[in-house]
Design a protein around this ligand. Structure first.
Ligand code: SF4
Length: 280
């Protein structure tokens, strides 16, 4: 390894170590993932590749107890890919069989992996059916969620409940979580380093649940899960391939609260979810 590469690699490793991440694994050549998502039945037209650290070769280290991703290679890959070097790359699994949500929550612990930790009251891990057919993913907890430790319990949550009820979905039958599990200050959008630190746990939750459909509520969820940066109003209502599942992008209920006339588009997208789930 030449000196310049060695320095660059050292800088990246120090950066990730500050985030509490100590283990890195090289992506297997040819591995595909949902960030290469394309609309179902539509020719790819979106550059879905996520921003990633520079291409470097890293020798795998033993699994760190702090690094969350421990899924076996044999399981369905729902993780977004990164070209060469990925925070999300799975380490060899220390557990036999699929992880449970309880195990993932246990690994998360009293997490301090990103700068959102000091400002939170509660980690909002997620709530719902561990075998749900559909997983809803929002952006991050708000004040009510931070207080109660549950996702989507404020005004946006009430709207989400109403949308689900309108198409015959029960809250207890679905799973609801967020891209980041701690409340960003002032309800701002989660920043990249926060998403990078927290999202491996989200991917593990999705892998554990194995839903048929992942519904991304708003742009941050779409960026994180599908790697798509295009505006949510342009891509909403479309289905994307997502491993063995499908993903649907729609607007965040909080957007509809700010723009009540847009409620119809959220309702339209929930009707698509109902129609999708009707088909075996
Ligand atoms: S947002 Fe996620 S990574 Fe950051 S401290 Fe909270 S649980 Fe940990």
């Amino acid at each position: 390894m030449d000196e310049a590469t060695r320095k660059e690699l050292t800088a990246w490793l120090e950066f990730y170590e500050e985030l509490g991440i100590e283990g890195f694994y090289r992506r297997k050549p040819g591995t595909a993932g949902p960030a290469q998502a394309t609309p179902v039945g539509v020719e790819p037209r979106i550059s879905a590749a996520p921003q990633a650290p520079p291409a470097v070769t890293v020798t795998a280290k033993p699994t760190s107890p702090d690094f969350g991703v421990r899924t076996p290679d044999t399981r369905r890959d729902l993780r977004p890919p990164a070209p060469t070097f990925s925070l999300f790359e799975a380490a060899p699994a220390p557990r036999s069989g699929p992880e449970t949500l309880e195990q993932i929550r246990e690994d998360l612990g009293d997490c301090r992996r990103c700068k959102l930790a000091p400002g939170r009251k509660t980690i909002v891990f997620g709530e719902g059916n561990p075998h749900a057919e559909v997983v809803f993913i929002g952006e991050g907890p708000g004040a009510d969620e931070d207080e109660q430790g549950l996702p989507f319990v404020g005004r946006a949550g009430k709207l989400l409940n109403r949308m689900m009820e309108a198409v015959g979905l029960k809250r207890e039958d679905v799973y609801i979580c967020n891209v980041v599990k701690c409340r960003p200050p002032g309800n701002r959008t989660p920043e990249k380093d926060e998403v990078d630190a927290c999202s491996p746990f989200l991917y593990r939750q999705i892998e554990s649940i194995k839903p048929r459909l992942v519904c991304c509520l708003g742009a941050p969820a779409v960026r994180t899960v599908l790697g798509i940066k295009e505006g949510i109003t342009k891509i909403r209502g479309q289905f994307y391939n997502f491993g063995a599942a499908k993903a649907l992008a729609t607007v965040h209920p909080a957007y509809v609260l700010r723009n009540p006339r847009e409620e119809k588009i959220l309702h339209e997208d929930f009707e698509k979810i109902r129609d999708f789930l009707k088909n075996p």
